[in-house]
Design a protein around this ligand. Structure first.
Ligand code: FAD
Length: 657
């Protein structure tokens, strides 16, 4: 596994960041996490699992784990991330299982590589469960307040890092919280402005302030910011909708859960409810087109770019003018709430235009609005300023995670939070970093993509982003990550023991199936490879197999490995071939402009993005195979020159001695 190049200079100093008696009297923590959204929660919990004392600071202590937009977890590419968070001891999967009111496994007819679970959660239950988990975690204290700046102290200049390090945060009310490391997870709140038609207001989310001072402070530190945009649809009153005019979409009859820790016998915990589907038609499209000049994006009021894959309804109508209808998922926000989320019509058109077009949609004719849709534009930090640990390259002690890194979505935020929390803790302990490879986890793909390209739109995970997606399946997150997480202390002993029991049972099942011979001498394992042959249907009645009593997850693991063995081996082979490049570190302080033969574009990109390995350099758009070959040659010369210099020094020192 790749470890962080040693750009964290003063880490040993930082193990005792507050040596003076004066400091001991003040509020001091190992780690301060700013923001209690999906990134902040995982960051705080991960750092605390690694023995750190954590202050979790949030604008509102009653909004821990708030789902700003759709109360849904998982989906394609994202469901796999939730499983990875779980396999690494994180909280998101457990909270989703406790609060899910509809679970659906997506892509069941397609291959195992793209299968993923999605659940609709009860928004209030989710927030309550997240809050309870945070409060129950030993070592975490929740502090309500607005962080306005970072405390920065001069540090010894060190190769690859700047002249300062972070020593805490300042709050708007004058308090200071001192810490060895700070993790910023401020989501969509940095200099956030909300838009609805001609109206605009400061705020990261309805009812919450924006974080303007923090943004300005970060900018003064010399960090590069950009602007992005996202939006949310209206919320409608359930009683005012005609569900009879819509298609019903139920959840799975025998739903799967996210967390490896969830007891299937007690799952699902919540009553399961249906969602509904309806469609816009030409009437809605005409109203939107007539009023498009009143949409903030089209008025030129918003400069930030929104997610292309999750466009506002006005964007859909303008960009896909030939489409006769657009699908709307009508989803309950919870069991005890009257609020319905209309997924598919995110909009920032004026309130009266929203009402007019929504009421043309079958089933929504008499819709009462509980809240109108709006857009939010916010600052994000260009993630190319980060290393693979999510540490800011030039500010030791500062980590960034979640939507403020240019991503979108709860799941993308959660895995970043977990990695940042773990790495801040490991750094404070002076231990090697914990990073994930692209072949190991979607979390690895996400971080690698982020730091090697500055996003031009909010980054959402897709299975197509992972070149090794057959290895990164929903079913095998524990197989990929639990031992790795346990090795650094992220995974509780009980979870590790559970995984090892499961691994043993899968191995037993494999041995048994390989030993059972059928007609023609073929083993049951070989027959399982054929399309359409299923362990449950075709072998479960065999007394030996029944006696093993394999659970659904164990059966699935066996079936997937048997059916995809050839493809999996090919991908593993590819990973092995690339391993050498991935393990070849590039000097953190290399002057790429001085390297002969590289194209101008390659020099620019390499100097800007500073890839940590040769493999990472090869993935940068604009760095071509001949550039990579040249880099390898320069690297060899660089090493030889350094070895020569070292020999020379040793010879000289020897002579002096
Ligand atoms: C209107 C809206 C629409 C969205 N639409 C979508 C969508 O369609 N699809 C999608 O995938 N995602 C959407 N999102 C984004 C989704 O909410 C985020 O991806 C997810 O919540 C990111 O998690 P996070 O932890 O990074 O940030 P958040 O969940 O936003 O949490 C940020 C936390 O930081 C705290 N905070 C901020 N500044 C400070 C400060 N200075 N001091 C102390 N605390 C601070 C806040 O109180 C909050 O607790 C939307 C968000 C909004 C607001």
């Amino acid at each position: 596994m790749s470890h962080e190049p040693r750009s964290h200079g003063p880490e040993r100093v930082l193990q005792h960041p507050f040596p003076t008696p004066q400091r001991e009297k003040e509020q001091a923590w190992d780690v301060v996490v700013v923001g209690a959204g999906h990134a902040g929660i995982e960051a705080a919990l991960a750092a605390a699992r690694l023995g750190q004392r954590v202050a979790l600071v949030s604008l509102r202590a009653d909004r821990i784990g708030e789902m700003s937009c759709n109360p849904a977890i998982g989906g394609l590419g994202k469901g796999q991330i939730v499983r990875e968070v779980d396999a690494l001891g994180g909280a998101m999967a457990r909270i989703a299982d406790q609060t899910g009111i509809q679970f659906r496994m997506l892509n069941t007819r397609k291959g195992a590589a793209v299968r993923a679970l999605r659940c609709q959660s009860d928004r209030h239950l989710y927030r309550a469960a997240a809050t309870a988990l945070v409060h129950a975690q030993v070592g975490v204290e929740v502090i309500e307040g607005a962080v306005t700046g970072l405390e920065i102290r001069a540090a010894e200049p060190h190769p690859g890092s700047g002249p300062w390090r972070v020593t805490g945060v300042q709050l708007g009310d004058g308090r200071s919280l001192h810490a060895g490391a700070v993790i910023l997870t401020a989501g969509t709140f940095l200099r956030a402005v909300m838009f609805q038609g001609e109206q605009r207001a400061a705020g990261g989310r309805v009812g919450e302030d924006s974080a303007d001072e923090l943004s300005a402070h970060i900018e003064r530190l010399g960090l590069r910011l950009g602007r992005l945009k996202t939006g949310t649809p209206p919320r409608l009153r359930k009683e005012s909708l005609d569900f009879g005019a819509m298609e019903e979409q139920g959840g799975d009859r025998d739903p799967a859960c996210f967390s490896y820790a969830t007891d299937p016998a007690r799952f699902p915990e919540q009553p399961q409810v249906p969602c509904h589907i309806t469609y816009t038609d030409e009437r809605a499209h005409a109203i939107i087109r007539e009023n498009i000049h009143r949409a903030p994006m089209y008025m030129g009021a918003i400069s930030g770019v929104g997610p292309r894959y999750c466009p506002s309804v006005e964007d859909k109508i303008m960009r896909f003018a030939d489409r006769e209808r657009h699908q709307i998922f009508v989803e309950p926000e919870g069991l005890d709430t009257d609020a319905i989320y209309v997924n598919g019509v995110s909009t920032s058109l004026p309130a009266e235009v929203q009402e007019a077009f929504v009421r043309t949609v079958p089933g929504l004719e008499r819709a009462e609005f509980l809240r109108h849709g709006y857009a939010v534009e916010y600052d994000f930090l260009q993630p190319s300023q980060l290393t693979h640990t999510l540490a800011v390259r030039h500010v030791p002690g500062l980590y960034l995670a979640g939507q403020l890194n240019g991503t979108s979505g709860y799941e993308e935020a959660a895995i970043q939070g977990l990695l940042a929390g773990a790495n801040a803790a490991l750094w404070l302990r002076g231990e090697p970093a914990f990073t994930l490879g692209r072949h190991e986890a979607y979390g690895g793909v996400l971080v690698d993509d982020l730091i090697l390209t500055d996003p031009r739109e909010p980054y959402r995970m897709f299975t197509s982003r992972a070149e090794h997606r057959l290895l990164l399946r929903h079913d095998n997150a524990d197989q990929r990550l639990t031992e790795r997480g346990a090795a650094v202390g992220l995974v509780e002993p009980a979870a590790l023991a559970r995984w090892r029991r499961k691994a043993e049972r899968i191995a037993e099942g494999r041995r048994l199936l390989q030993s059972l011979r059928g007609p023609g001498g073929k083993s049951a394992y070989d027959r399982l490879r054929r399309p359409g042959v299923s362990l449950l249907r075709d072998f479960q009645d065999l007394p030996e197999v029944a006696a093993l009593g394999l659970g659904p997850e164990e059966r699935e693991a066996l079936e997937v490995e048997a059916k995809y063995q050839g493809y999996i081996e090919r991908q593993e082979h590819l990973v092995e071939r690339m391993a050498e490049q991935e393990a070849t570190p590039l000097p953190a302080d290399w002057d790429y402009h001085a390297l002969e033969g590289l194209t101008g574009e390659a020099k620019e990109k390499l100097a800007h993005l500073r890839p940590h390995t040769l493999g990472a350099a090869a993935r940068i758009a604009g760095v071509r195979p001949p550039d990579v070959a040249l880099l390898a040659i320069h690297l060899r010369r660089h090493r030889e020159a350094r070895t020569g210099a070292q020999d020379h020094r040793e010879a000289r020192d020897g002579a002096q001695a």
